[in-house]
Design a protein around this ligand. Sequence first.
Ligand code: PBG
Length: 324
Amino acid sequence: MILLKRHRIIRSSPAIRSLVAETRLTPDDMMAPLFIVEGEGAVEEVSSMPGYFRRSLDETIKEVKELWSMQIKAVLLFIKCKDELKDNKGTEALNPDGLMQRSIRAIKDACPDMLVMTDVALDPFSSYGHDGIVEGNEILNDATVEVLAEMSVSHARAGADFVAPSDMMDGRIGAIRLALEQNGFTRTGILSYSAKYASCFYGPFRDALDSAPGFGDKKTYQMDYQNRREAIKETLLDIEEGADMVMVKPALSYLDIIREVKDAVHVPVSAYNISGEYAMIKAAARMGWLNEEKAIIETLTSIKRAGADLIATYFARDAVRILG
Ligand code: PBG
């Protein structure tokens, strides 16, 4: 055969493949989510997330120091609120000595260069497990936004580098930016969960924090996965309102959205490789059906290739170890 195009030439050896590789995963691409619980010396495995743990603050600090030594530069904090502290308005979320606020201070104290990003949403604090204040069957928008803005200021005051609103209420980014400005927090960033879809893949996370909605679902605020353009609209608006970085969530069933958002904006784009995506790989690997290490690296590389500048992932520690 005479072929003028021999495509296999640039795939023919590890050396040439590494020279022409377009996407290379590094520790700089990853943020590690952390689940924090009250107590001491507690390290509890999340049953639907094998190999992932809820930790008390003392244990979390050890983990953060280790992550930093592995070159991971950002953690995303989630706390598990005690049942007796939950109410409809998420009052505990504003407690200056609440678990979130104490965690931010302690982590920044122990590891000052680690970027601390905090989840801003009501669901872990809500007696209804919703991301907003409930009235009848409604999730109230404007009243919720007020709490989210206060919550953001409270996280900034405790020392958070970025607040990360994950709720999908209208107008919250603008309200949060304004509140940060009014309170003198001009160096606190906003990582907005801009295109967050109502997804069945959040299941294991809701187990981890005991935050499943008590009634109904989250479809009146999180996006419908049948839609694409809406993701761009939401994202552009968040940037206009003052978001420093945006996020697409989940990641794997939404790689097309990551790419479209990336092409539409000029701010860093992140993606959240969520709990259900973690659980699927872990479960298949445990059954002996997948090579776990290869699945982790291929998955994270695909999210980066789709356009994510940074990836929140429960695999952060594994991936850094595998990458060596
Ligand atoms: C809620 C929140 C969720 C996640 C992050 N923040 C779940 C939800 O919206 O119900 C999910 C993360 C994951 O599944 O890993 N504010």
